[in-house]
Design a protein around this ligand. Structure first.
Ligand SMILES: Cc1cc2nc3c(=O)[nH]c(=O)nc-3n(C[C@H](O)[C@H](O)[C@H](O)COP(=O)(O)OP(=O)(O)OC[C@H]3O[C@@H](n4cnc5c(N)ncnc54)[C@H](O)[C@@H]3O)c2cc1C
Length: 356
């Protein structure tokens, strides 16, 4: 088929790569001036692949997509022509002494939602999660000794839990590798899509296709009621720091995480602000995020702040993802804070639903 993809963010790149591998003629349109221009939220993401931790603000559907994507990422990355850092060593939830209440609330939410996902699986034995042992996903409380063995540089928090099946991906490497590994795709940079419909897309003139994918993220208005949720992150350079797993601090006021990234970076994020302001990181977010990061890993005191970035997460009113297939057009949007976690499974479903 001759296929158009509107948007070259995370979803657009994944779709283009998969579709061209299947032999389709693929055209991708994006307002970015070139493949490395960092407009898409996909570039900014810290790259946590956290099906369980994300349950705090997600549902069963996201959890299922996340578990499936955790299976799909290694297969997918194995098909790329360029290596991408991606590891599944688990992640840690951490809490300071005195913050037990905030931590307990999050753990209760995770345990309740895990139990409900397990219950719905029992009712639907044909479900994609058949065979998943929910007990394997429960947070495990760590002793101070065990925490010291797993992550010796984590010094501040008094409480720690391991989520064993979680991981992380180097988002910048993956965004680049997806384009580099799809040379047959016709990438139309500097081309905004003004309108689209089944089998049709307008960018300058109107062009006909057999199928159109609308993955424009926050650019899909007014067709979808999507909004941008501001997120701010930092890259710290910390040579010699030993950190293997993503860390999340369970805090009464802030959501803060630290994600190691080769060779010597730690990504610290992320604010979540109901605003479409893309201006640079604020002083308040800087103070809150970096003070929290330092309280977890005191060794970061001498790290260098090498980069900060702001972007908008595409979110629908219910903050849940939406995949809508009609003849000649597929729309995927609302990946919010879990895009890297769920994109491979959503793309897999979208391709299964595409009938010529
Ligand atoms: C600070 C931050 C941290 C995050 N951390 C994580 C994380 O740790 N784990 C995780 O799973 N997710 C994370 N995310 C979320 C993830 O990045 C998003 O969910 C994901 O990028 C959404 O993918 P997308 O393809 O829908 O949108 P995007 O990646 O934003 O891509 C949309 C594309 O559409 C293009 N476009 C817009 N308008 C038009 C138009 N009119 N015509 C053509 N193209 C258009 C844009 O230029 C862009 O390239 C984070 C996001 C942010 C901002």
């Amino acid at each position: 088929m001759k296929i158009a993809v509107a948007g070259a963010g995370l979803l657009g790149r994944l779709l283009a790569f998969q579709l061209s591998r299947s032999g389709h003629e693929v055209h991708v349109f994006d307002p970015a001036p070139h493949a490395d221009a960092r407009g898409a939220a996909g570039w900014t993401a810290a790259g946590m692949l956290s099906p369980v931790a994300e349950l705090e603000c997600a549902d069963d559907f996201v959890f299922r997509l996340g578990l499936r994507s955790v299976e799909l990422w290694p297969q997918l990355l194995g098909q790329l022509q360029v290596p991408v850092e991606c590891r599944f060593d688990g992640s840690l939830l951490l809490a300071h002494r005195g913050d037990e209440g905030a931590a307990r609330r999050v753990l209760d939410v995770l345990e309740t939602k895990l139990a409900s996902a397990g219950g719905s699986e029992a009712k639907n034995p044909g479900d994609a999660l058949a065979g998943v042992r929910f007990a394997d996903h429960q947070p495990t409380k760590l002793t101070a000794e065990r925490l010291g063995e797993l992550e010796p540089s984590v010094r501040g928090p008094a409480h720690a839990w391991l989520l064993p099946n979680e991981g992380r991906i180097h988002t910048v490497q993956a965004m680049q590798a997806l384009v580099a590994s799809a040379p047959q795709v016709q990438w139309h940079w500097d081309r905004t899509v003004d309108a689209l419909g089944p089998g049709e897309l307008r960018s300058g003139g109107t062009r006909r296709f057999d199928w159109v994918f609308d993955v424009r993220g926050t650019g899909a208005r007014p067709e979808l009621p999507v909004r941008g949720v501001r997120g701010e992150i930092f890259w710290l350079r910390a040579p010699g720091l030993q950190l293997t797993r993503p860390l999340r601090l369970l805090h009464p006021r802030h959501r803060v995480y630290l994600v190691p990234r080769a060779p010597d970076l730690v990504v610290v994020g992320a604010s979540e602000i109901e605003s479409e302001d893309r201006s640079p990181v604020s002083l308040r977010s800087t103070v809150e995020l970096l003070a929290a990061a330092h309280s977890v890993v005191p060794e970061l005191a001498e790290a260098r702040i090498v980069h900060s970035e702001t972007n908008l997460r595409p979110a629908l009113p219910d903050n849940l993802p939406r995949l809508d297939t009609q003849r000649g057009i597929t729309r995927i949007n609302g990946l919010f804070r879990h895009g890297w976690l769920i994109a491979p499974a959503l793309v897999e479903r979208a391709l299964q639903e595409m009938k010529p």
